[in-house]
Design a protein around this ligand. Structure first.
Ligand code: PNS
Length: 160
């Protein structure tokens, strides 16, 4: 059984994230979505809200073998705690590369038994980011192409 960890802030989950989750299931059996509980980051949705939203979205799409957990501390410690050795990350434009390169390198130095695998974002998801979605939504823009309806509803509640 191949277990992968898909870490991130997921504030909120976008269609880009869903695409990575679905595609990663071609080569892993079980996926844990690991939501980073980083107090330094000012998130729009608290941890419970994010966990609940993602669980609902997975259930509504019949995406099985995916669990959602939060973690604090180092990602590599969480991966080991879960007895996994694979991190999945999505990669969009070149601008993502530097950050991902540094993070992967550091994680590898911290624990060389853990590999990171990148999936390129699909064409129509290249420009989606949680931050832009929040900004567009806050300014009353239409985010229906970027996030699932479940997230749209929650964004509307936050910005009403
Ligand atoms: O979706 P994001 O915000 O780009 O995800 C970043 C995340 C959560 C994967 C990264 O910040 C992380 O791994 N945080 C946990 C703390 C940690 O391990 N830091 C060292 C990474 S080199």
């Amino acid at each position: 059984m191949k277990l992968g960890i898909y870490p991130g802030s997921f504030d909120p989950l976008t269609n880009g994230h869903i695409d990575i989750i679905e595609r990663s299931r071609k080569f892993i059996d079980n996926l844990i979505i690991g939501i980073s509980d980083n107090n330094n980051k000012k998130n729009l949705f608290n941890l419970d809200e994010r966990i609940k939203m993602i669980n609902t979205i997975m259930q509504n799409r019949n995406i099985n073998n995916v669990t959602v957990e939060s973690f604090n501390g180092l990602l590599v410690s969480f991966v080991k705690k879960k007895k996994a050795n694979l991190i999945i990350r999505g990669l969009r434009a070149v601008s993502d590369f530097e950050y991902e390169f540094q993070m992967t390198g550091m994680n590898f130095k911290l624990n060389s038994s853990i590999e990171t695998i990148f999936l390129m974002a699909s064409d129509n998801n290249q420009l989606i980011s949680s931050n832009l979605v929040k900004e567009v939504s806050k300014l009353n823009g239409d985010v229906s192409k970027f996030v699932p309806p479940e997230v749209q509803i929650e964004l509307k509640k936050k910005f009403k």
